[in-house]
Design a protein around this ligand. Structure first.
Ligand code: SAM
Ligand code: DTB
Ligand code: SF4
Length: 329
């Protein structure tokens, strides 16, 4: 049998200094290289040892500030550097955000994630967001925000307002970062992730595949996430949504089996994290999504919209869960 589990002793690592790694890129590459059935078997063993394999968590996204972002992330329709035809929208009023959260809760979501197209929030921007967090928390939902880089003290303010999760992706492998984004470095991302951790907020951190990267780069992305001192509680794995006008619009799509392998590698290397099958679901068949759940994905973005692009309709997701006997929460 070629199902030997690659285990590595856990050393005392810091999230503040990325090296040395608990999972090396080579070790994750070895997982990727397994025969598909062996990789899936291993992922399922890990999944079942840590979770109810028939349960999937649902988070609903809302773009609370849209477009006009000063960053040049090559995948993003919201960057001011590219013309994607997106209509800009200033920060939404708190009552509109609360109404959207109420709707998401009624549809069955347990977490509400507020996303803003900022490099980072100015203090005057943060104040209304704190109010949103308090109000959404008061609905009895888990709260999540993704606002870009945080300044000193901002994470504590979010924590005090009741923020449960902060989403801040490392997006790609360290060696790929400069190809995709020039307006910041990946170390900027680690700096914010450390602030979030230090404030006692759960970390939601993942990346995007299908950006023309090599398998080795995908393995490096997973190894980097898995090697954080405390791996992220939520790991969104996004399949690039190729938006016309962005520099990555014409990238060749990733082989669907390679995407499933990425989910399986995330599951194996981050056994107790929720692995979220994230952007790109609208373009996936029900069968491919089912394979991702078998590979260990146990969370989704739920609702007809991601931030600016589409997501499967709620009714389609619920029908899929019924057909698969998945308990959504
Ligand atoms: N501006 C903040 C930031 O970048 O951290 C928060 C919002 S940003 C849109 C959140 C995440 O969405 C990015 O880190 C990236 O992983 C993901 N994302 C953006 N555009 C995407 C696309 N076209 N396809 C897949 N994921 C995308
Ligand atoms: C994440 O990892 N994916 C979500 C969420 N975190 C904020 C965003 C996906 C965005 C896809 C493109 C768009 O809708 O603008
Ligand atoms: Fe701005 Fe975030 Fe989009 Fe980058 S991913 S351009 S930081 S909104």
């Amino acid at each position: 049998m070629s199902t030997s589990v690659v285990t590595v002793p856990i050393r005392n690592l810091s999230a503040k200094t990325p090296a040395p790694q608990r999972w090396s890129t080579e070790q994750v590459e070895a997982l990727y290289a397994l025969p598909f059935a062996d990789l899936m078997y291993q992922a399922q063993q890990v999944h079942r040892a840590n979770f109810n394999a028939n349960e999937v968590q649902r988070s609903t996204l809302l773009s609370i500030k849209t477009g006009g972002c000063s960053e040049d992330c090559g995948y993003c329709p919201q960057s001011a550097h590219f013309d994607t035809g997106l209509e800009r929208q200033g920060l939404l009023p708190v009552d509109e955000v609360v109404a959207a959260a109420q709707q998401a809760k009624a549809a069955g979501a347990t977490r509400f994630c507020m996303g803003a197209a900022w490099r980072g929030p100015k203090q005057k921007d943060l104040e209304p967001v704190l109010e949103m967090v308090r109000a959404v928390k008061a609905l009895g939902m888990e709260t999540c925000a993704t606002l870009g880089m945080l300044g000193d003290g901002q994470a504590s303010q979010l924590k005090d307002a009741g923020l449960d999760y902060y989403n801040h992706n490392i997006d790609t492998a360290p060696e790929e970062y400069g190809r995709i984004i020039s307006t910041r470095t990946q170390d900027h991302r680690f700096d914010t992730l450390d602030k979030v951790r230090d404030a006692g907020i759960n970390v939601c951190c993942g990346g995007i595949v299908g950006m023309g990267e090599s398998r080795s780069a995908r393995a490096a992305l997973i190894a980097t996430l898995a090697s954080m001192e405390t791996p992220p509680e939520s790991v969104p794995i996004n399949n690039l949504v190729r938006v016309p006008g962005t520099p990555l619009a014409d990238t060749d799509p990733i082989d669907p089996f390679e995407f499933v392998r990425t989910i399986a590698c995330a599951r194996i290397t981050m056994p107790t994290s929720h692995v979220r099958l994230s952007a790109g679901r609208q373009e996936m068949s029900d069968e491919l999504q089912a394979m991702c759940f078998l590979a260990g994905a146990n969370s989704i973005f739920y609702g007809d919209q991601l931030l600016t692009t589409g997501n499967p309709q709620v009714a389609r997701d619920n029908a899929l869960f019924d057909r698969l006997g998945i308990q959504a929460r």
